[in-house]
Ligand binder design. Structure first.
Ligand code: GLV
Length: 327
């Protein structure tokens, strides 16, 4: 019997490819930096049984419709807002993702971004390297205190909880907003549930960790930034689409809020002439929340195992649309 075909849309760790090659014929878009062009993807999926994808691909209705043999889509990510889940489910295609394994690593990066933004780490680094540092000065690179401040976490999922745990080590007062209150997090970490407007008004740090998608599109806009304190810092390591970037630019440039640390953008990669990148009070990163060697390797292996399970007709390790098993 012929091996099923897997389309892998980007260079992934070798061991994940080797695992897949034991079960399938692999088409690999073997590029480290460049996403697979949509026309190549559309061509390659025509006879594919599985797609191994990531956050930079668009697995929309057109891609799925071009793949009549498709049984499984597996993303090397926790988020799946780049995949047409509804249509995949209608077609009976299982969609897998990699939750859990990346929570602590993403919380590390979120906290690193918070600290770097508050204490102007990147600005200070550039200042020293460019030879601008002429003497110690009392108010040079002064930032905001982290210890004892109030952090407001929007989206108290696994990553939010891991960020809250870090915040306890910094003596922070923890507020959170979530679709459903999380009593166990309140009990264990002393976090306090509040409405989004109250969180925005009371927090020194607003950390956005809500999933992407239609329900959270432009969750943060003019009104929301307008409620924040003038010395408050906004951190986003969720999805750029959750933020109205023009509103964020206005808030930052007009001093409505103090600074922002952004790991994600509406369009990625962000064009270098994007207005947000011209602001000194923006710390920007290239969507690297889960990017530790160990975690990315684990994610790659879980995504491969999801594919193999799907090809063998077994339940995926982590499934986005369990209703595919109902019929
Ligand atoms: C990254 O953004 C992910 O969803 O894993």
């Amino acid at each position: 019997m012929d091996f099923p075909k897997v389309v892998i849309t980007r260079r992934i760790p070798r061991q994940a490819i080797e695992l897949l090659e034991q079960h399938a014929t692999v088409f690999l878009w073997d590029k480290e930096e460049d996403a697979i062009p949509q026309e190549v993807l559309l061509e390659e999926v025509k006879d594919a049984h599985a797609i191994y994808t990531n956050v930079s691909d668009r697995i929309d209705r057109e891609v799925i419709a071009s793949a009549p043999l498709l049984k499984v889509i597996s993303t090397m990510a926790v988020g799946f807002d780049n995949i047409d889940i509804k249509y995949a489910t209608e077609r009976g295609i299982a969609v897998g993702h990699t939750p859990g394994v990346l929570s602590e690593t993403t919380a590390d990066l979120t906290f690193a971004l918070l600290m770097a933004t508050a204490r102007r780490v990147v600005e200070g680094h550039d200042y020293v390297k460019s030879g601008k540092w002429t003497s110690w000065s009392p108010m040079l690179m002064t930032g905001q205190d982290i210890y004892g401040a109030t952090i407001g976490i929007i989206g108290m999922g696994r990553i939010g909880e891991a960020v809250a745990r870090r915040a306890t080590g910094f003596g922070m007062n923890i507020l959170y907003y979530n679709r459903n209150p999380r009593p166990e997090v309140e009990e264990q970490l002393g976090a306090k549930y509040c409405l989004m407007d109250d969180l925005l008004q009371e927090s020194d740090y607003v950390v956005l960790l809500a999933p992407g998608g239609i329900g959270t599109n432009k969750l943060m806009g003019d009104r929301e930034f307008g409620l924040m304190k003038p010395h408050a810092i906004f951190i986003n390591s969720s999805r750029g689409t959750n933020v109205d970037e023009a509103a964020l630019y206005r808030a930052l440039s007009e001093g409505q809020i103090w600074a922002a640390g952004l790991d994600v953008f509406d369009v990625e990669p962000t064009p270098t002439d994007h207005p947000l990148l011209s602001l000194p009070n923006v710390t920007a990163l290239p969507h690297i929340g889960s990017a530790s060697i160990a975690t990315r390797t684990n994610m790659a292996m879980i995504a491969a195992q999801n594919i193999i399970a799907g090809l063998l007709g077994n339940e995926l390790l982590h499934i986005v649309n369990p209703s595919v098993y109902e019929n």
